[in-house]
Design a protein. Sequence first.
Length: 523
Amino acid sequence: MIRFGDRFPTHRTVLACLAAAVLGLPAAAGKTYYVDNTAGSDAKNGLSEGAAWKTLDKVNAASFAPGDRILFNAGSRFSGQLRPRGAGSEASPIIVDTYGKGDKPLIAAEGRFHEALLLENQDYWEVSNLQFTNTGPAREPFRYGIRVRSWDHGVMRHIHLKNLLVHDVNGSLVKKDAGEGHGIVWENGGQKTKSRFDDLLIEGCRLVRTDRNGICGYTPYKPRDFEARSTSVIIRGNLLEDIGGDGIKVWGAKGALVEHNILRGARTRCDDYAAGIWPWDSDDTLIQYNEVSGVKGTKDGEAFDSDAYTTNSTFQYNYTHDNDGGFMLICCYANTGTVVRYNISQNDRARLFHMAGENENISIYNNVFFTPKDSDVQIFLWSPNGAKWTHDAHIFNNIFYTAGTMSNSIGLKRKRLGDGTFLAESGAGGSRNIVFERNVLYGTFDDSIPGAWRTMVLDPMLESPGSGGNGLDSLEGYKLKRDSPLSGAGIPAKSSPAQDFWGNRIPEGKDPSIGAHEAQAAR
């Protein structure tokens, strides 16, 4: 079944092959090159396992053509940088992969290069089933595991990174030095020729202990430069663990898809502001079916962030838990049209939402938020950017369930503790046109919660709140019981998705249920 928002990962490849067949353009046969660091020899031609090359230098000195394949022997270890040359074609990308049985071949840059893998200004490459590391004697700026770069190139097309292991990259932990480290980074820039990416896929990769960040984009182009928007960017099915700063950051893209990723531990080492998954200067980003947990600290520290210069960002069907900074930051300036729907948050701390600066036209609906015993969590923390505040937000059909205490606060100014927290008082400050309706509050809520928000103070009758573990399949406890008063008690969204968190159809022409479970359709 194709669910709302699903997209196919290789549609451009399929279309290219069909077009080639229709136009009578044969796929290039190409050559297969083998690389083996133990039994290989650079004096050989590399065209069979018995005549394999030995070193990365030999690979980097060659120029590859459409349809070529470069295969590294499983269990091999190479010291240095992989920087292959050449370009593939629509019908015949160049393939980098492995052969034989054993561990993924390892390419270790050892801090001697900025990155262990570099693809720069070259189109139609697919890299799979290798591992990369880049650990130097000390942290340095501009240190990465993998970098793909479109610079004064125009459109860099079809770069697919699949089933890669990137680990132990000790790049700079400082965001403001412009040299922060990354596990995987894509960059587009240049003044002579406006450059961007089209068909960038990062799928099924595992990143462990990469500093400062996990998977990120970067461009020096000014915000809202629509000619530089990368397209068909898909970040899917990746596992990120123990990331020093930000987990996944989409920068300068249109229509990016971030789905089915698991992030366990972010902001584990940096001392500046970081969050789990977030877009910046991007339009129409869809972030869905992700699990984010263990983001550390309260300098942000949220699972998600809808940041500056973004329009129409949608966060749906995600699961967050045990994040120090809370569920979500919506912030800064020129941020409009953020939609947050059908997500489940469990044991997120500090604040559920930090509404910082000028944000507008926000929709937050049909989510479930659970906080545990002995917690004191702000449902909303409202803070300004200068004199500008959040305005025009519609918050409805949500469940706020606490075994501790919840509040609503204005962030007056940051405390001197240096931990990102605020001196606060009750209220919403200069925020305006905030509509809060059909939301269920259950538990202890202090006097900062407005009386107008307390119209549905009742037990939502969830199956087993607080029982979620690891994985989206652990959340049956957030379904409504058969006799829950929230079945059919919500108000329709202007633009509703087709299904709830579990794939149940949301009925048309009827009032939906409150929360992430469409109980009517499930019966």
